[in-house]
Design a protein around this ligand. Sequence first.
Ligand code: MRU
Length: 351
Amino acid sequence: MAVSESSLPVAALCWRDGCLQILDQTLLPAAEQWVALHDAASAAGAIGRLAIRGAPNIGITAAYAMAMQTALTPDDPAVAEAGRVLCAARPTAVNLAWAVARMQTAILAVDVAERPAVARAEAEAIHAAEDAASAAIALLGADLLAGSRRILTHCNTGTLACGGTGSALAVVSELAQRGPISVLSCETRPLLQGARLTIWELRRGAIPHELLVDGAAAGLIRRGEVDAVIVGCDRVAANGDAANKVGTYAHALAAHAAGIPFVVAGPTSTIDASIATGEEIVIEERDADEVRHAGGALLTSPDTPCRNPAFDVTPAELITALVTERGVASPPTRESVLGLLATPFGQRRDA
Ligand code: MRU
């Protein structure tokens, strides 16, 4: 259901009038339309069609969806089914399954009568923690990249992707507050999160930027036109291998060949310590029509066979540093990544 409240804040989502409101990102930048979600099924649908997207925001949306569904049907089978429906929406970003598991643990620990209030409080706690994580990542990442002026990024990792100001794009915003920078934003085919969403956020932040096609990045890096690459992540394995939007791995290879930093930023909710390496990360394959079309126009024959992996995995050895709210793993290794997870928020640990 569409809502038309012009007073809604500039963010990707907010709780209002007893339900979760999301800014429909499929319509940006042409239109800013908010949509109300009321239960697990509507939230799973919004996640699946990328109306709400970005690893942290997928987790936050799932948390609120569990809360809304628990208010409707608080019994054990319904709580289990809501989790199943949400987790089936998208497989790669671990924040989704992480948030569902955390919500189910909190909900099932109390009597049925208490569940709606407990679920709502837990969802708000997840949202607040992701907001705080963004702020910490911004500061740590900007310290790490001090002196880098020409930054290349991929996909969208700002407010539209996270509960707070972002991951990689929050670092970029912090750098811009500290001194002059310029940003190269890759357009991010097929769904153009860079062209549509990152440029929208950079314009709002008055941060100097240029848009480039994804294939231009390696050549510009090789020609010395980029000081550092920073991207977000959707799932980080225990050894530091990181899944992110398809195209990221190519930027990492180019950065490695040119000897410039390649930095991954994300909250610890994106680390999946249950998997040893990135080999175990399930890569979402999306509909072929996303590749056949751009901006609503058909680019090829309507029946052209396509591959559409939504993510790729960058091996840890190509990653200069992993920046989280709990500290920086530089380089990311099994020891440094697990060390971050063992560090309480607020007690910075660098390794
Ligand atoms: O398919 P999307 O748009 O959800 O992919 C998003 C990304 O790949 C982001 O880089 C990632 O979620 C990190 S956002 C902090």
